[in-house]
Ligand binder design. Structure first.
Ligand SMILES: [Mg+2]
Length: 195
């Protein structure tokens, strides 16, 4: 029986608004490298400069943020059923605040941005959430759209759902279910057992 749902933000609740390929080019980050890890490993001055650019891009995207179709219905069902819900994102806090006001997500109480601690997929990023919720990873359904989401869910033992428009998992890490959209996601959530 599950007790909580943890969502990724970009590409999971919000329509993708950042062109990551262009961002990588702008920051000179090779494909396949984690943007945050790569920037964090730079010498201080360079790191600060690239991090400012990253934040700029995130904030600009947040001002254009839109919900993925069906997100409102998914969240409504979750809240109606008294299921604990949170968001864990690698995005910065300021971008979250802008996007959440714009998309009326600001009612979600538990939000963990990259200022909250270690970013995913490091399993330690889950610690502040589990402390707040007093739950174990096995109680949580994780919903995300990217490899890091699958890695985190696998490493911690959360039930793992991938939202991917193709309806198939293109990553090398398994998940429990692939939803092509929120309609499929909500249909699956309704089939799971909730405490
Ligand atoms: Mg995402």
């Amino acid at each position: 029986m599950f007790r909580a749902i943890l969502f990724d933000l970009d590409g999971t609740l919000l329509a993708p608004a950042i062109d990551f390929k262009a961002l990588r080019n702008r920051l000179s980050i090779p494909p396949g490298e984690s943007i945050l890890d790569w920037v964090n490993a730079l010498p201080e001055e360079e790191r600060e400069c690239r991090m400012n650019t990253l934040v700029e891009v995130e904030i600009e995207a947040a001002h254009r943020a839109t919900l993925l179709q069906g997100t409102e219905q998914t969240l409504e069902w979750i809240l109606d059923h008294g299921i604990q819900v949170g968001i864990l994102t690698r995005n910065c806090q300021e971008a979250w605040e802008i996007a959440s006001r714009r998309c009326s997500l600001d009612g979600i109480k538990w939000v963990f941005t990259r200022e909250s601690g270690i970013p995913k997929p490091d399993p330690r990023c889950l610690e502040p959430i589990m402390n707040e919720w007093d739950l174990s990873a096995r109680d949580i359904v994780h919903v995300g759209d990217y490899l890091y989401d699958l890695l985190l869910a696998e490493a911690t033992g959360m039930y793992s759902i991938l939202v991917h428009p193709t309806g198939i998992n293109p990553f090398q890490v398994d998940c429990h279910f692939v939803a092509r959209d929120h309609e499929a996601l909500l249909g699956h959530l309704k089939c799971l057992e909730w405490a």
